[in-house]
Structure formats: C-alpha cells, structure tokens
Design a protein around this ligand. Structure first.
Ligand code: SAM
Length: 225
C-alpha cells in the first residue's frame, strides 16, 4: 500500500510525525505496524473542513450528528490491544468518518479485509468518500445496525466496537473465530466505560481482560442502548 497517499502524505507529515513521537513516548504505540500506519494515514482527510486545523492535536473531534472521531491515542490503544496482523479479516462497528478504519486497513494490508458498519447515513456516505479518495479498496462499508454484525461475512479474526455497549453483544461473539479477539468499551451511556478485551479460547469459553477506563459515544441498536 506504499505511496497510496502521494497527494496527501507529505503535506502535514511533520505534524503527524510529532504526534506519533508523543504517542510512542507515552507508550500508546508499542509496535512498528501501528507506528507505520499512524504515520501514513493523513487524519485531516477524515475530518470536516472546520476541524482539519486540529487534526494533529491528540483529542477527539466532532464530526457532526453528535458523534466524534476518536483521539489518536485511543486509535493506537485499540490497534495495539487487537494485535492486528497482515492478512486478517476484521469487523469494525462504528465507522464514523473512517479514520480508525483507514489505520486498521493499513496494518492488515492489501491481503487483509476490513468490514465496517455505521448506523448514520450521512457519516456512512462521508466515510465512503474519504476511504475511496485515499484508495482503501480493502475496506467494505455497510449502513446499518452494527450490533447485528455481518453473519454472511463471518467469521472474523478480530472485531472491535468504537461505541460503548451495555455488554459485548452475543451476536458479535458468535461471529468471531476461535482464537480471535473482540474489543469494546463497556459501561454506562454517560461517557464512562471500561475497555474490555475478550479472547475466544473455544466456541464457548472466553478469556476476558479489562484494559482500563475510556469514554465513548453510545452504541445504539438492537443489542446496544
Ligand atoms: N471509528 C471512528 C473513528 O475513526 O474515529 C469513531 C466513531 S464514533 C466514536 C462511534 C460511531 O459509532 C458513530 O459514528 C456512531 O454513529 C456509530 N454507532 C453507534 N451505534 C452504532 C451501531 N449500532 N451500529 C453502527 N454504528 C454505530
């Protein structure tokens, strides 16, 4: 996927490199693939015009419809926790403007596939434009309720939610391969949750770890809020 961003890559590379340096220093980025992906993907291309100047400040930013693009450190934390590898088949719930999807697509490479679901049409359409403009052909977007997953495309190596659920939906756990991992913010709707990672050890046994406190917008849907 080298040079896919020739038109975008160099414009704000210094700002991007400085941000990534801080994420490495703070321990949010731990591995080369995550570092490479975050240095490569131009975050400003996944923001509304008025937010573009703030693309390299490490904080969530509004993208309309009361939703946000996650802060860069949170994207790094999610990617590291998922231990993504080249060629994996991944499902994301909550596309937003497509930034996290682009970072994951960069890590899993051209042989990998990312399926991402967004429930709000305006965001789904903008994410589609953003990802096409930068040539992420290994990302497949769906408009709909992500709490139902994509049974026809399952099973997945990894599943992650970028909106907070009351608990990790069973519908999604079923769509995970044995040996796979599912990651989600779990907790209340009022902006405080815990980041929960579950590894599917056998068809019905999961190993659960709590990765600490986070704040995400709510997951709205049949198996959400
Ligand atoms: N992944 C995004 C990024 O790159 O920064 C973050 C998106 S934002 C924190 C969470 C997104 O989840 C919102 O766009 C919201 O509309 C979406 N969402 C909430 N509930 C959903 C559901 N049931 N299915 C799909 N998307 C959902």
């Amino acid at each position: 996927m080298k040079n896919r961003h020739d038109n975008f890559f160099n414009e704000r590379i210094k700002e991007r490199q400085n941000l990534i340096k801080n994420l490495l220093y703070n321990g949010h980025i731990k591995t080369k693939p995550v570092e490479h992906a975050m240095v490569t993907v131009p975050r400003e291309e996944f923001l509304p015009e008025q937010q573009k100047p703030y693309a390299y400040i490490d904080r969530p930013l509004p993208i309309g419809e009361g939703q946000t693009i996650s802060a860069p450190h949170m994207v790094a934390i999610l990617c590291e926790a998922l231990s993504l590898k080249e060629g994996m088949k991944v499902m994301e719930i909550g596309t937003g403007f497509g930034y996290n999807a682009a970072v994951v697509a960069e890590i899993i490479g051209e042989k990998g596939e990312l399926y991402s679901i967004e429930r709000l049409k305006s965001l789904y359409m903008l994410a589609n434009d953003n990802l096409k403009r930068i040539n992420y052909s290994n990302v497949h977007l769906t408009l709909g309720d992500g709490t139902l997953g994509l049974p026809d495309d399952a099973p997945f190596d990894r599943i992650y939610l970028t909106a907070a659920a009351p608990s990790i939906p069973e519908t999604l756990k079923i769509q995970l391969k044995v040996g796979g991992k599912i990651l989600a913010p779990v907790g209340t709707v009022d902006q405080y949750q815990e980041l929960i990672l579950m590894e599917k050890v056998t068809q019905d046994v999961f190993k659960t770890s709590n990765l600490g406190g986070v704040a995400f917008v709510p997951l709205i849907g049949e198996h959400g809020w």
